[in-house]
Design a protein around this ligand. Structure first.
Ligand code: ATP
Length: 319
């Protein structure tokens, strides 16, 4: 293993930079040349590749986003696109690849492994929607961003006696809403895995109001309904003025938390170590505070299980 390439792909996530830094520094420490591939699989197909040195990754551990930039690549999902990528890897004399991204990106890594190219996947996505790992890089930063927003919105909701629906990201996974809702003390949490019933949400709001609660935070995961329509319905049924805040892309940015920096650093270093050991087609994860590796195919076949115990707990704690 003389040369390793590294790329970030799919949605950006805070902590990706810490992973790039760890790959680069661990590689150079082991006398391996590190090639940074820009804009995900698009950059791999186009040969948008340059050599990294120790200072290429200086001053990035605390920055959100990804210094290698990211992209979604339709071309890479085709056989012809992947063949081009394989040719570029050969031209640049790259012997192994580290892919940092979400489930789509790891599927791409699996395809390269199937073509015989040594590839390791690192889970980097704010959604935490990969079943084989407890956490993905970026998730912890995002839930901290969301609880900060909840606190700020709660101040103004309390002053006016309003209810507030806060829509958060997560695609089909309710983990951001669930965990930020628990940590932020939301009155109701609406996630795709559990569905919801408007009457029940309204009942909780009215019960809270009758007990003297001055605010109500409803955390809504994206992809389960229109936040504005829900707000109108709640206001109609309860008579409580209801506002909507869609947090959107601010959830993706910001300086990564210590947790995200730590797991990103450990996974980045381990990815290089695995390639040095001649391993391929492995995905990295964390379980019980231990970083582990698993066959990518197996990792991708594990369905994410929604944490129903935590969901029940949020219901108890928000009575
Ligand atoms: P996020 O979860 O943050 O959205 P992601 O990695 O899941 O990140 P995707 O857009 O699903 O984001 O995937 C990123 C890229 O991975 C795609 O644009 C495509 O190039 C590649 N990819 C996705 N699925 C496959 C697949 N089945 N085979 C080959 N490549 C794929």
């Amino acid at each position: 293993m003389k040369t390793i390439g590294v790329l970030t792909s799919g949605g950006d996530a805070p902590g990706m930079n810490a992973a790039i830094r760890a790959v680069t520094r661990t590689g150079i420490y082991n006398n391996i040349r590190i090639m940074g591939i820009k804009q995900g699989y698009n950059g791999l197909i186009d040969g948008n590749i340059y050599e990294m040195n120790l200072s290429s990754v200086a001053d990035i551990i605390h920055r959100g986003g990804t210094m290698l930039r990211t992209a979604r690549s339709d071309e890479f999902t085709t056989e012809a696109g992947r063949e081009k990528a394989m040719t570029v890897l050969k031209v640049f004399r790259i012997d192994g690849l580290v892919v940092i991204g979400g489930d789509g990106s790891l599927k791409g890594a699996r395809e390269l492994s199937k073509l015989g190219f040594p590839t390791i996947g690192i889970p980097g996505t704010i959604d935490n929607d990969l079943g084989y790992t407890d956490f993905t890089i970026g998730f912890d930063t995002t839930i901290n961003t969301v609880i900060d927003a909840i606190s700020k919105i709660r101040d103004t909701s309390t002053s006016h006696g309003r209810a507030n629906i806060i829509e958060v990201m997560g695609r089909h996974c309710g983990d951001i809403a669930l965990n930020a809702g628990l940590a932020g003390g939301a009155e109701s949490i609406i996630v795709p895995e559990e569905g919801f019933n408007v009457e029940e949400v309204c009942k909780r709001l009215i019960q809270g109001k009758n007990r003297g609660k001055l605010h109500s935070i409803i955390l809504l995961a994206e992809g389960i309904g229109n936040a504005y329509e829900l707000g109108d319905e709640i206001q109609k049924y309860t008579g409580i003025e209801t506002r909507v805040t869609i947090l959107g892309h601010l959830q993706r940015g910001g300086s990564p938390t210590a947790f995200d920096r730590i797991i990103a650093s450990k996974m980045g270093a381990k990815a290089v170590q695995l390639l040095i050991e001649g391993k391929t087609s492995r995905a990295l994860g964390i379980k019980g505070n231990k970083i582990f590796d698993i066959d990518i195919d197996e990792a991708l076949s594990i369905k994410r299980e929604f944490d129903t115990d935590t969901y029940q707990l949020t219901k108890i704690l928000s009575i």
